[in-house]
Design a protein around this ligand. Structure first.
Ligand code: NAP
Length: 517
């Protein structure tokens, strides 16, 4: 691949964190500018098309003169044809931008369909926006931008998948001059965060939720606190979580905090990939071909765990993952070779055994009731069977329980029969009791009084109703949070070969749960 990570590091010292100002009045815009500077913005984009009334030259001078020290200003007055709010005539629009340039704006954003004879004096950001899709002639458009006499290229389009974000990032590397290339929407998030890795001219971040100027813009706080914007450079390694939906995944918070704690130059991103093996495969092919991306590891969640093992091939995964038929972790070597594991089963077994103070081998012959027959139940049943526990599977859809039981040599019963449970260990692998249905419990106190150990894989809330009841009747209890911590720590250790900061991972999860619930 010709695109080198550092191919244009000389073009610009450091990517700018640019905050769009979308206030309806000039005074409000000025005060927002000061707030943005305090939050750590390098530049602001004054969206003059958001002003209720066209600004006077005097107002624009006030805006530019009273800027906070060190803040760069881009003046933009986007017409509706390019996704902006300006509805007046083109002459008036160009006059506003010329006035902003004379008043002292550092850069003027001009759409590429404006004839060069109409460009205001000053440094031009020549832009093209497509809010509906990735233009079929993306490269052609970009070549025109790059060949122009403008100071900065800007191309922004709507992404349907993370591969679109990879294409945007690739344009930055190929450009002859400073470039902003962004893929909008949730699947394009990678292009916004990795702008710093590829020395883009800048990336946009909203001051707060609701003040975005384009879909998918993170907030300044998310960029700095969650995605480690200030620590990203050309050497930063890339990790991420593949899933759909993915917006509420706690994994980015967990892994980015762990990288920061261990001083590892890496960033972890959410990667929304729609269901379907073909979508998973297309992303993997593109990500591996883009070796300049330095993608080194992936977490995989619903609905792609089976697609992941199919893509890697069973020979590249561990034995128990093969039996489970699903992996949740992929390591990518610099030469593009892949290895996969499933950290879910070991996470569950470790959580259970450390609470019981036994070794996994001591699970042999113990009676375990597994409630549920979905993905998590499958991983846990495979591991329990491996350690020769005596397993009974209970499930609402009985055929699913029967199928799983047949595969791993266990007993299957319908969910109604949980009333008869008198096993030493019970593991809930259903979503019963999960937020928001926090008052539900799959077992009654009466049943629980016959059980010694209760493990609830549900982690939101950390203390489920099932665990509360189990505690009341004197059972040893294990929270799904322990399993969650173990699976994240297992991924971190698989990728990096160093011990994970488990306490920090647990704290990050619990902090996030308090916010979410
Ligand atoms: P899944 O594949 O969708 O399976 C869901 C299971 O729950 C199925 O057995 C389903 O029964 C059962 N179920 C759902 N709603 C039910 C209801 N109202 N009444 C009775 N049974 C019900 O999901 P999964 O990936 O296995 O996840 C299961 C749970 O594990 C999640 O809810 C989550 O809380 C927990 N989890 C924990 C961790 C962790 O690290 N601690 C990680 C992932 C998941 P049917 O077959 O009849 O539909």
């Amino acid at each position: 691949m010709s695109n080198g990570v550092n191919s244009h590091s000389s073009k610009i010292a450091k990517s700018a964190l640019i905050v769009p100002l979308v206030q309806p009045g000039v005074e409000q815009m000025l005060s927002a500018m000061h707030q943005a500077a305090q939050m750590g913005a390098d530049m602001v984009e004054c969206r003059l098309d958001y002003l209720t009334d066209p600004p006077t030259h005097q107002e624009l001078e006030n805006l530019m003169k009273n800027r906070p020290e060190g803040i760069g200003i881009i003046a933009t007055c986007r017409p509706t044809r390019q996704g902006g709010k300006f509805t007046g005539n083109e002459n008036d629009r160009i006059n506003i931008l010329s006035s902003a340039a004379q008043a002292g704006a550092d850069y003027i954003d001009i759409e590429m369909d404006v004839p060069e004879s109409n460009w205001p004096d000053g440094k031009i950001i020549l832009s093209h926006h497509d809010f509906t899709s990735k233009p079929a002639n993306l490269q052609e458009i970009f070549n025109k931008l790059d060949a122009s006499r403008a100071s900065v290229n800007k191309i922004v389009f709507k992404a349907t998948c993370p591969e679109d974000a990879i294409e945007a990032l690739n344009l930055i590397g190929k450009s002859a001059k400073p470039t902003i290339a962004l893929a909008m929407g949730e699947p394009g998030l990678m292009s916004r965060i990795l702008a710093a890795k590829f020395n883009a001219f800048g990336t946009f971040a909203a001051m707060e939720k609701g003040l975005e100027s384009a879909p998918g813009q993170p907030t300044v706080d998310e960029m700095k606190t969650l995605y480690r914007w200030d620590a990203i450079n050309s050497e930063t390694l890339v990790y991420g979580v593949i899933g759909c939906p993915i917006a509420h995944s706690m994994s980015p918070a967990v892994h980015n905090a762990a990288f920061a704690d261990k001083g590892i130059n890496a960033v972890y991103l959410p990667l929304r990939i729609e269901a379907g093996g073909e979508n998973f495969n297309r992303f993997m092919d593109a990500a591996i071909a883009a070796d300049w991306l330095s993608l080194r590891g992936l977490s995989v969640t619903i609905p792609h765990k089976e697609n992941a093992i199919a893509y890697l091939g069973e020979e590249n995964c561990d034995e128990l993952s093969r039996q489970i038929g699903a992996i949740n972790t992929i390591a990518i070597a610099p030469d593009g070779s892949l290895r996969g594991i499933n950290t879910d089963y070991a996470a569950a077994i470790d959580a259970l055994c450390s609470a019981m103070r036994i070794k996994p081998a001591e699970l042999a012959s113990r009676e375990v009731a597994v409630i549920g027959a979905g993905g998590v139940a499958r991983a846990i049943v495979a591991a329990l069977a491996h350690y020769k526990a005596k397993i009974t599977i209970y499930n609402r859809t009985f055929q699913r329980a029967e199928k799983l039981a047949k595969e791993f040599g266990c007993l299957a019963l319908p969910l109604e029969k949980v009333e008869q449970i008198s096993h030493e260990i019970v593991i809930n692998c259903t979503s019963i009791g999960m937020f928001p249905n926090i008052d539900e419990s799959v077992l009654t106190e009466q049943v629980l009084s016959r059980v010694r150990v209760v493990f609830d894989t549900v982690y939101n809330p950390p203390r489920t109703r099932l665990l509360e009841l189990a505690e009341q009747v004197g059972c040893l209890t294990v929270s799904g949070v322990e399993m969650f911590v173990n699976q994240a720590a297992g991924q971190f250790e698989f990728w990096l070969g160093v011990p994970a900061p488990r306490q920090l991972i647990k704290k990050t999860i619990l902090d996030r749960l308090n916010i979410a619930s």
